[in-house]
Write a protein that binds this ligand. Sequence first.
Ligand SMILES: NC(=O)c1ccc[n+]([C@@H]2O[C@H](COP(=O)([O-])OP(=O)(O)OC[C@H]3O[C@@H](n4cnc5c(N)ncnc54)[C@H](O)[C@@H]3O)[C@@H](O)[C@H]2O)c1
Length: 316
Amino acid sequence: MVNDRKVAVIGCGFVGSSSAFALMQSGLFSEMVLIDVDRNRAEGEALDIAHGVSFGSPMKIYAGDYSDVSDAAVIVVTAGAAQKPGETRLDLVNKNVAIFGSIIPQIRESGFNGILLIVSNPVDVLTYAAIKMSGLPECQVIGSGTVLDTARLKYMLGEHLSVDPRDVHAYIVGEHGDSEVAAWSSATVAGVPLNDYCELHGHFDHKAAEARIADDVKNSAYEIIEKKRATYYGIAMSVRRICTAIMRDEDTVLPVSSLMVGEYGLNDLCISVPTVIGRNGVVTRVPVALSDDENAEFQKSAAALKAIIDDAGLND
Ligand SMILES: NC(=O)c1ccc[n+]([C@@H]2O[C@H](COP(=O)([O-])OP(=O)(O)OC[C@H]3O[C@@H](n4cnc5c(N)ncnc54)[C@H](O)[C@@H]3O)[C@@H](O)[C@H]2O)c1
């Protein structure tokens, strides 16, 4: 039986603890179990976060193990090595695939049948690995994908155009990483095509501004890691947003990473495109319009991910 009030977070480092903190504040769940190979770390974070409960909603928060996850509605996996300064997300493949080899089978053996939300990097490759290792229906395994990159894009465009980022509709698609693609051709502000909106507000040098913003989005993580070792608040809010869409059965469109089944001619890899998310996970993918150039970049991004999946022998 799935307990709709229960969430588990595996990996309690910067990202796991911040996500747990954001989930505590969300009021979505009344029970949260934290798991880490470093048991002290999980216990310390559980205590610290629990001490905020009296300012929020009642909630049981504790450090546990895999016997505690069987009935969770959502498991958020953030365990694994993080990028070091100068390291790409793809450099983490072997280390984190091995860590997943110790985590996902234990989730499977627990009998878990909720939504598995993968955050560890490289998130697209690890989402694919988690589908293979968990035996869960593929709609129940979601990667946080480019939800964070898209939030960064909306924030930066909002700043550039002096408009609420929530009224900017624009997506980063593709790999959560160096080959990601800004889908400019479908971007709007309140339904007005981005180029028209820019000109109405006196911005005419679109191409240069787009290239600069897309570059800043792509390099945000590198800049933050250089300055403060890790990124965690933005991803924590992304985790909270995805969990909200799931637990409230919102059918919200978010650019999560999921297994492609023919969309854009792609199969047997996980990549981010706008996707409808509800209580059972992935409902459907939304084929956002891409220009020829964007599609070519997107296909390159997919090919890069496919090569890594093949090299790592994950599709055997
Ligand atoms: N998807 C995204 O948008 C996004 C954003 C930021 C970071 N990340 C990724 O999240 C991951 C975590 O980053 P971080 O900064 O929190 O790193 P961190 O080093 O602070 O935390 C990782 C935690 O995982 C734990 N861990 C390692 N092996 C484990 C295992 N087998 N079982 C349980 N726990 C285990 C460690 O003890 C540690 O507490 C990294 O892979 C990072 O690249 C993803």
